[in-house]
Design a protein around this ligand. Structure first.
Ligand code: DNO
Length: 348
């Protein structure tokens, strides 16, 4: 396992210099955040980002993410041009020597929360989700008033997308995903890049939009869509763990045992009701994710890929990008390395 950390680029308050001081931290997860979905990532830009990371004494382990254009997910005729562009970007990652690409196939929104600053009894704040609360949200305000989801669309575009997705049920979305993978995965394999789909977060349909990557059965179906070692998964314990039906050690053993976990997002969530949870401290006892058992599963499948602590709470008065402060993620990185050292004892 290689311990890595997400870095949002030159204007991230959490600098590479700080990240490097976290013991054991060797790799960076980053992206070209200014390039719109659908455009080709220029090789020179990827190389420049890589050079800035290496100048700080770290390695560029993962690109997270190259967004998949909505027309690909919708199966529109324009998808072929966007898929070609995606393939060019993947080739450029290969040429730059970036080994892993994390992406997702979530419709319209990336991760979704109903709060980004839920107060905890210890004075920290965290991200939380409550399906009932989400149902009460006025869709006409989506994109205007809610900070708690990741999207790059205007309110008008979001309305249009909601309309368009009325024609796309989950089986059609699977077809569109297969169409994308059949074209991109061979290019990735040839370029030496491992693709790693991120599960849906949360792992169920929200606001009536189709969602398909949220369970062990879905991940099994996914890796069979294109049977290539380049067609893999980002195993996100926080996303999948929001559904108590997901047996995370079993998923890690099955998908990892097939050699298809290319990236590990290791964080904890506490499930507090039906489709209701908040993100918690990383250690097992604070949440619903059996982190020690997951780490044993990673050990048993011989996982050697990058792992990151994923999100953290806001602690010690820190402010900044929700989920992506320095302090709690650094504590998470140390906890995960402690577990790893423990479970690896005698196995190296
Ligand atoms: C949230 C992240 C996701 C992830 C994308 C991958 O913090 O884990 O936004 O980067 O879903 O494409």
């Amino acid at each position: 396992m290689r311990m890595t950390f997400r870095w949002y680029g030159a204007d991230d308050r959490v600098t590479l210099a700080y990240i490097r001081q976290i013991p054991g931290l060797v790799g960076i997860v980053s992206a070209l955040y200014d390039i719109p979905p659908g455009a080709v990532w220029p090789l020179e830009r990827i190389l420049a980002l890589k050079a800035s990371i290496e100048d700080a004494g770290l390695a560029f382990d993962v690109v997270e993410s190259i967004p998949v254009h909505e027309d690909i997910k919708l199966g529109r005729p324009s998808r072929d041009a966007y898929i070609d562009a995606y393939c060019r970007s993947v080739e450029h990652l290969g040429a730059a020597g970036i080994p892993v690409l994390c992406y997702n196939f979530m419709t319209v929104f990336d991760w979704t929360r109903t709060r980004v600053d839920m107060p905890m009894p210890d004075g920290s704040t965290t991200l939380s989700y409550d399906h009932e609360e989400l149902k009460r949200i006025d869709l006409s305000s989506v994109g205007k008033s809610l900070p708690a989801w990741a999207t790059s669309y205007s309110a008008r575009q979001i309305d249009e997308l909601f309309d368009a997705y009325k024609q796309v049920d989950e089986e059609r979305l699977w077809d569109h995903l297969a169409y994308f993978l059949e074209r991109v995965v061979p290019v990735a394999e040839a370029a030496g890049v491992k693709m790693a789909i991120h599960p849906d977060d949360p792992p169920w349909s929200t606001l009536g939009l189709p969602r398909i990557i949220g369970s062990q059965a879905a991940l099994r179906r996914f890796i069979r869509l294109v049977d290539s070692p380049a067609n893999g998964v980002t195993l996100c314990t926080g996303s999948l763990g929001a559904n108590p039906a997901n047996d995370l050690p079993a998923i890690t053993r099955e998908i990892g045992g097939a050699g298809r976990i290319h990236f590990a997002h290791s964080r904890n969530v506490r499930v507090t009701g039906d489709k209701k949870f908040h993100e918690s401290e990383h250690p097992s006892r604070f949440g619903s994710v059996p982190m020690l058992e997951v780490m044993k599963a990673y050990r048993d499948v011989g996982f050697k890929g990058p792992m990151r602590p994923d999100h953290g709470r806001m602690i010690w008065g820190e402010t900044g990008r929700a989920g992506y402060g320095l302090y709690d993620r650094a504590l998470g990185a140390m906890y995960l390395q402690g577990l790893w050292e423990g479970v690896s004892e005698g196995k190296r």
